[in-house]
Design a protein around this ligand. Structure first.
Ligand SMILES: *Cc1c(COP(=O)(O)O)cnc(C)c1O
Length: 406
């Protein structure tokens, strides 16, 4: 039977349409959302939920933030796209504001996170050949096990997740995988042709994995000593999520290339950027890299507003303070199924014991209680609400977990 008009509720109808026509590359919870405001979203039947995923940390500023909305609609009615063949009056201001905020020298605008990662890989290789003097075609980039950097062919080629890479080869050569968090393995892997080390400061998709203290600091020292570019993928950890503007600040270091995306637009629009604090970016010349939409005036106006909201509304400090409170409350839950509560700022996770029945079931129970969270892998529930979360909302989240966790 595929007469979809037979489905009774609007939600069932929409879910059936999706099943009929959509590629099945996702397995979403069966909740059909139609509206969002702040930490809340509503489904097509009018039920309200607290969003504890924030579109994988793209909605740090909360849903439909009025100031970002205003910037977007104003800019959309004036000028949306020029391509980089011409200049626009928003990109220079985003350059200035983002570089000032992050202490960067240069920035390159792209759209998705994966494109920012690809950009960094290209820049690092070119730097390797032109500045470091690596023989042509020999550049090597070191990455970590359980990494998540996006979905392009080059990126999934160095993933260690069978679901991400299986069936998509052949892959680009030139990548070496070392265990995440292991400084000795990293040191041993660096050779004369190593041009870059690419790491997530905290591995989000792997289940909010925090490396041992000092790991990033040591990676920074090794990269400096061996003349290797340190690339930090802060697409998920950046822009306040962990209670600092960038997660690198927790170890007092600075990457050579920092990748941001997701919350750079507050969830309104795909905007990403490569930030550079060294002369690495100067290896790119006109015609060597680009994007039709990268740096477009609509994206830049939205990003400028999203950054202003982040700083003017104190969201970074709020993430640190409310995140600590929520983590403490979650840690205090006495449930047999809980193996560990971990995280930093409002990037938190509850890992369940292997025999606890799986995280998906808990997420479905939480959904019935009005809280949307998503399992990562089989046994971990990620908790990443918008950074505007207040104390009472944090306490409410912990109460729902206390009730839902077996
Ligand atoms: C989401 C994410 C990406 C990819 O971003 P897209 O916009 O989905 O391409 C890359 N790295 C990390 C750490 C991410 O969380």
């Amino acid at each position: 039977m595929n007469d979809i008009s037979l489905h009774r509720s609007p939600a069932d109808h929409l879910i059936a349409l999706e099943a009929l026509y959509g590629a099945k590359n996702y397995k979403p919870l069966d909740v059909v959302l139609t509206r969002g405001e702040g930490v809340w979203v509503w489904d097509v039947d009018g039920r309200r939920y607290m969003d504890c995923l924030s579109a994988y940390s793209a909605v740090n500023q909360g849903h439909c933030h009025p100031k970002i909305l205003q910037a977007m609609t104003e800019q959309a009615s004036r000028l949306t796209l020029t391509s980089r063949a011409f200049r626009n009056d928003q990109l220079p201001l985003l350059y200035e504001e983002l570089c000032a905020l992050t202490g960067s020298h240069k920035m390159l605008p792209m759209n998705s996170g994966a494109e920012a990662v690809e950009t960094a890989l290209k820049v690092a290789r070119k730097w390797g050949y032109e500045v470091k003097g690596v023989p042509d075609g020999q550049a090597e980039i070191i990455v970590a096990s359980e990494n998540f950097h996006g979905r392009t062919v080059a990126i999934v080629g160095f993933s260690t997740d069978p679901a991400s890479r299986g069936g998509f080869g052949p892959f680009a050569p030139g990548f070496k995988v070392v265990p995440y968090g292991d400084t000795e393995a990293l040191e041993a892997a660096i050779g004369p042709n190593t041009v870059a080390v690419l790491l997530e400061p905290i591995q989000g998709e792997a289940g909010v994995i925090i490396p041992p203290a000092g790991y990033l600091k040591r990676a920074r020292e090794l990269c400096t000593r061996e003349n290797v570019i340190l690339i930090l993928d802060e697409i998920q950890t950046g822009l306040g999520r962990t209670g600092k503007l960038l997660a690198e600040e927790h170890e007092g270091i600075e990457a050579d290339l920092t990748l941001i995306g997701k919350a750079l637009s507050g969830g309104f629009y795909p905007v990403s950027a490569v930030l550079s604090n060294s002369e690495v970016m100067s290896v790119l010349h006109p015609g060597e890299h680009g994007s039709t939409f990268g740096g477009n005036p609509l994206a830049c106006a939205v990003a400028r507003a999203a950054l202003r909201v982040l700083t003017e509304e104190g969201l970074i400090d709020n993430a640190a303070r409310v995140g600590a409170r929520l983590k403490a409350n979650l840690s205090a839950i006495d449930a047999a199924s809980v193996k560990e509560v971990r995280g930093r700022g409002l990037m938190l996770a509850v890992e369940l014991h292997r025999d606890a029945g799986g995280a998906r079931r808990v997420c479905e129970d939480l959904q019935r209680r009005g809280l949307l969270a998503k399992e990562t892998h089989e046994h971990t529930i990620r908790i990443a609400p918008p950074l505007i979360l207040d104390d009472s909302q944090a306490d409410w989240i912990a109460e729902q977990f206390a009730a839902a966790l077996p």
